[in-house]
Write a protein that binds this ligand. Structure first.
Ligand SMILES: [Zn+2]
Length: 349
């Protein structure tokens, strides 16, 4: 469909690409594109499984198994300080090219080869600071659900230390990883909060009423995916009521959910409940490299599958500014940028 107004045409894909966007849920490793993996030497013809990988890379419609293959490659791609630095710069550049004006990148600090957790974080920070792209970037550091208490507490100590040195960039802490493993450690996240870190938690990726209730009662600043909270999607009535009172902004990642099978299809995504009940949410990519998507494409999926106007889409991204972990000054600046864009593109609304 082509939008036509006052004789002006703009296709949906061009509109979504041109729209200034806010990305709040992007994992560094999962965001590495084919171009970045090549730059980091992970798709070299000398690699044993090169042809198998090439088949996966060339597909835009990847299966979950194929996505896992890419996750493995992406993980090995960032095993040195320099590759973490280059990967960070490359991911930021690609988001900026997609007209993302504000990016919160998240990653789990890893001690690997000759790299400590602190050096891993320093390499990401260097990538952010050296970026030449016109985009505001903040960092969220993740705790992996698989890790035991000792490892998670050690990570938090490093995160808190680094946050004291870089309070303008390191903004929050996240809980992520395999939802079938581990759990939400409230003490750890309370401690992070006491140190001024904001919190966002992958929540209800699979039905788990007890944990969802615990997370909602903790009231993080945001939650990721929020798949099985509403009773139509495997949640309990009590938790949905709790959520509707708490109104914690949800970070939705449609393609990720469809590929992983937690949503049947785009049209049946649980985002519909948030739209219907006027609840806060943002649209995000999760792992744009692995799932072969971009934030523009995610906006297009929302536009194509739900009864929305271009003004609705602009409102979604504008409202997401209030969910971000930026400073008050930066929030004002982002809102001004969005308003200016709307004014100069008024003919498309
Ligand atoms: Zn995620």
């Amino acid at each position: 469909m082509i939008f036509t107004l006052l004789g002006t045409k703009m296709s949906e894909d061009i509109f979504c690409r041109s729209l200034p966007k806010i990305e709040l849920h992007a994992h560094l490793n999962g965001s590495l594109s084919e171009k970045t993996l090549r730059k980091l030497g992970c798709l070299d013809e000398s690699i044993l499984e090169y042809h198998k990988l090439l088949n996966i890379i060339n597909k835009t419609d990847r299966t979950l198994d194929e996505c896992f293959e890419l996750f493995k490659i992406a993980q090995t791609a960032t095993s040195s300080k320099n590759s973490v630095y280059l990967a960070t710069q490359s991911v930021i550049e690609e988001f900026a090219q997609d007209n993302v004006i504000y990016l919160e990148l998240r990653t789990t600090p890893r001690a690997e080869n000759d790299m400590t957790k602190q050096e891993y974080i320093e390499s990401v920070l260097k990538g952010i600071k050296d970026s030449k792209s016109d985009i505001i970037v903040k960092l969220i550091l993740s705790i992996d659900r698989r890790h035991d208490k000792v490892c998670s507490e050690d990570s938090l100590d490093v995160i808190v230390k680094m946050r004291e040195e870089y309070p303008g960039i390191i903004k929050g802490i996240d809980l992520s990883g395999n939802p079938y493993v581990g759990g939400f450690d409230e003490c750890l996240f309370s401690k992070a909060r006491e140190h001024g870190l904001r919190t966002t938690i992958h929540c209800a990726e699979i039905p788990n009423d007890n944990e969802v209730q615990q997370i909602l009662n903790f009231h993080p600043e945001r939650i990721g995916h929020a798949t099985s909270i509403h009773p139509d999607f495997g949640g309990s009535k009590e938790n949905w009521q709790l959520y509707c009172k708490a109104k914690i902004p949800a970070e939705f990642c449609l393609t990720s959910n469809v590929v992983c099978g937690t949503s049947k299809c785009y049209a049946e995504h649980h985002i519909q409940q948030w739209m219907k009940n006027d609840l806060p949410f943002s649209i995000n990519t999760d792992d744009k490299g692995v799932f072969c998507t971009s934030l523009s494409k995610e906006y297009e999926h929302v536009l194509n599958n739900f009864d929305l106007s271009k003004a609705d889409l602009w409102n979604i991204t504008y409202n997401a500014i209030d969910h971000c972990f930026a400073s008050t000054e930066e929030i004002i600046l982002l809102k001004k940028k969005m308003a200016e864009w709307k004014e100069t593109h008024a003919q498309y609304f």
